[in-house]
Design a binder for this molecule. Structure first.
Ligand code: FAQ
Length: 309
């Protein structure tokens, strides 16, 4: 092992953050570019299901909150692309890979938001799941990623709370509103559980990522934390979880849940989910329509450079 490698491993062991100019194994750098890049893409694609409801939010208050939330997601994407750039990742290249289907984004954003209850449920459950994962990532071994997570978690926490507040109103509403909420929970529950990734025995990247403390908790540990946290929230709303096998396990002190449909998950991440095509098409259109903005910004930057020269 080289001296550089010994210094790197010792920092990992002592939980001293790895910084951009420090030596790092090539595979560590590549793994981080992959994970941070996919995380950034998720934030950017994740704007679409909710943006779908900005013009149809039921009140000015709800519209202002939703607008702020969607803008936050754009900001998260930008921090994360910047973090990937500190590792030598190229923002343009990463984005093109996502458009070409060569890089993934979270499976959850390939499900449709059919009605207003879905927007509450996305804030409550999708952001709720994202936080569980991201709180752990605040201690990830790569400094810029860990610091980005601290700010992102503060905003995600607001997102989760606004979602829970929105579903609380529906849960106390008319029979139709309660039914709408239950229907949204039924459709989102299982896809949200797959946000944490495949089960540990089927997660090819976990072992190395955990050894390097890129991931602090395993996919199944995070999923379990989410289930344990959320069951009581669903009960408090007077709603049901669409899982007849869900039960409290006295010996392990946690909720056991039913079998996840991993075939569906695999199909979604292969590009065959309900909205995969629509999501990529929307982002490709936005990229093409933004060509003149990129050209103008480049021309302006060149002009400024010439002036200062
Ligand atoms: N969807 O070996 P593992 C948000 C892929 S939060 C799609 O276990 P790893 C906020 C995985 O990439 C959502 N693909 O992989 C928001 C790998 O494929 P690859 C984003 C998935 O990396 C809320 C393969 O399967 N959060 O957006 C998924 O060790 C509301 C094998 O899996 C993050 O990205 C999935 N669910 O663990 C925004 C958090 N799961 O790359 C808007 C950071 C797995 O080898 C509105 N990421 N895959 O081709 C992570 O923590 C990890 O990357 C995991 C996966 C846990 C997602």
């Amino acid at each position: 092992m080289s001296l550089d490698n010994i210094a790197f491993e010792s920092k990992i062991e002592k939980e001293i953050p790895i910084e951009p100019k420090n030596w790092m194994p090539e595979k560590y750098r590549k793994t981080l570019i992959r994970q941070i890049g996919q995380h950034a893409h998720s934030e950017i694609i994740g704007m679409l299901p909710e943006a779908n409801w900005i013009t149809r939010a039921p009140s000015l208050r709800r519209k202002a909150i939703l607008l702020a939330k969607v803008q936050d997601e754009a900001g998260h994407g930008m921090y994360l692309y910047s973090a990937a750039e500190t590792l030598g990742g190229d923002r343009y290249d990463l984005y093109q890979k996502m458009l070409k289907g060569e890089m993934k984004y979270s499976s959850i954003f390939n499900y449709p938001t059919l009605n207003w209850a879905d927007i509450g449920v996305v804030g409550w459950l999708v952001d709720g799941a994202a936080i569980i994962n991201q709180v752990a990532l605040c201690r990830t071994s790569y400094g810029p990623y860990a610091r980005a997570m601290v700010k992102i978690c503060k905003e995600e926490s607001f997102h989760q709370r606004q979602g829970y507040e929105a579903v609380t109103v529906l849960a106390k509403g008319t029979k139709e509103q309660k039914q709408m909420l239950q229907d949204a929970i039924n459709r989102w529950w299982w896809p949200v559980l797959t946000m944490f990734g495949p089960s540990d025995d089927n997660s090819p990247n976990s072992e190395q990522s955990m050894a390097w403390k890129i991931k602090l908790l395993s996919n199944d540990e995070l999923r379990q934390k989410f289930v344990n946290n959320t069951v009581h929230q669903v009960e408090a709303l007077g709603m049901d979880i669409p899982d007849s096998d869900l039960k409290w396990n006295e010996s392990s002190n946690q909720f056991d849940h039913g079998e996840i449909d991993w075939n569906e998950f695999m199909e979604v991440i292969k590009g065959n989910g309900i909205c995969n095509h629509e999501r990529i098409q929307a982002k490709q259109r936005a990229w093409d329509d933004g060509e003149w903005v990129r050209e103008a910004a480049t021309a302006y930057a060149n002009k400024q450079q010439q002036k200062s020269a």
